[in-house]
Design a protein around this ligand. Structure first.
Ligand code: SF4
Ligand code: SF4
Ligand code: SF4
Length: 307
């Protein structure tokens, strides 16, 4: 894989048109009307993140910034934890959460924890990113077609088509997307689409020293993750479970899913994510019915008042 990286980095990096104002102008005029060939569908890829082996080194966060040329977030302590990144943002597409738990607040309410188990003081580490939901509300909400599901079944934002309306931000139940103050476009993890197209694995999973982040075909990841849960149960960690590997009544499965050992809300995730579009059919029906009723009332008034 390393020699492949060297080989790729030696290739010419730009497809820019030949220099010259006229050719640039022509390129700009013609480009919007050109339809390239659609990429062939590939095996669905994603992440399985095993939070039990994460050491909070933040190498994944740094690798993401380095590969995607995202600026740093400064070095201001949040005051909430030993973490100066705080959250996902338009310039932070992967964020390692540090969750410090004391015994009085540890989750005896964990769905899988036995009644006689005594919780301990502990740190939970979780490297968070976009979940690449199969039926993704952000994709469904985008009015310009800027958000697409690419050939690897990952959710990708084409920033150059984004008009900054923020519909995707409101639709995502995980608070993943942020609009950049600089360009006004929405941004998030691309699942390193550019690297995948060149046969490379994403930067974050490649650098993770503990293999907390696993990348690969989703089916294989699910199998691997289920075996790990069984292993943890046998080793005395009955709380271990997978979050997002299968669809629920209110949400699709996610191509980036997690192995957790406490309630999702402890990690800042919704306990039961809900796709806002499930409400929308009723809302649309009510709006159309309301509009038709208003038109009918108007017509009645017009005809009644007719001399
Ligand atoms: S986690 Fe949010 S941003 Fe990512 S695909 Fe799902 S809805 Fe979209
Ligand atoms: S897949 Fe790429 S873009 Fe997404 S978090 Fe990892 S390094 Fe960042
Ligand atoms: S690189 Fe791996 S171990 Fe380090 S913070 Fe990220 S997920 Fe955790």
């Amino acid at each position: 894989m390393e020699s492949r990286e060297k080989e790729l980095s030696a290739l010419p990096q730009s497809n820019d048109p030949p220099p010259g104002r006229l050719s640039e102008l022509l390129g700009r005029l013609i480009y919007p009307f050109l339809h390239g060939e659609s990429p062939k569908p590939q095996q669905a890829t994603g992440f399985y993140t095993d939070t039990t082996v994460c050491i909070g080194c933040k190498a994944c966060e740094v690798a993401c910034k380095q590969w995607n040329q995202l600026p740093s977030d400064g070095f201001n302590w949040s005051g909430n934890s030993y973490d100066n990144t705080n959250d996902l943002s338009a310039t932070t597409w992967r964020h390692v959460k540090f969750i410090e738990q004391f015994s009085h607040e540890s989750s005896s309410a964990s769905p899988n924890m036995g009644a006689n188990e005594s919780p301990l003081n502990r740190w939970l580490m979780m490297s968070d990113n976009c979940k690449h939901c199969v039926a993704s509300p952000c994709h469904q909400a985008c009015p310009t077609g800027a958000i697409v599901q690419n050939e690897f079944e990952n959710i990708y934002i084409q920033a150059d088509i984004c008009n900054g309306c923020s519909c995707c931000i409101a639709a995502c139940p995980f608070g993943v997307i942020t609009r950049s103050e600089e360009g006004g476009h929405s941004h998030k993890c691309t699942l390193c689409y550019d690297r995948q197209r060149d046969g490379l694995e994403p930067a974050c999973s490649k650098v993770c020293p503990t293999q907390s982040i696993h990348f690969g075909p989703v089916e294989e990841l699910r199998e691997q993750a289920r075996k790990r849960v069984e292993q943890l149960h046998e080793r005395g960690v009955p709380q271990a479970y997978l979050y997002g590997d299968v669809p629920s009544e209110t949400y699709s499965e996610m191509h980036s899913f997690y192995l957790l050992v406490d309630r999702p809300s402890v990690y800042g995730l919704p306990d039961a994510p809900f796709n806002p579009w499930l409400h929308m059919m009723g809302d649309y029906t009510r709006s159309i019915a309301g509009g038709l009723a208003a038109i009918a009332a108007l017509l009645v008034v017009v005809f009644l008042l007719k001399p």
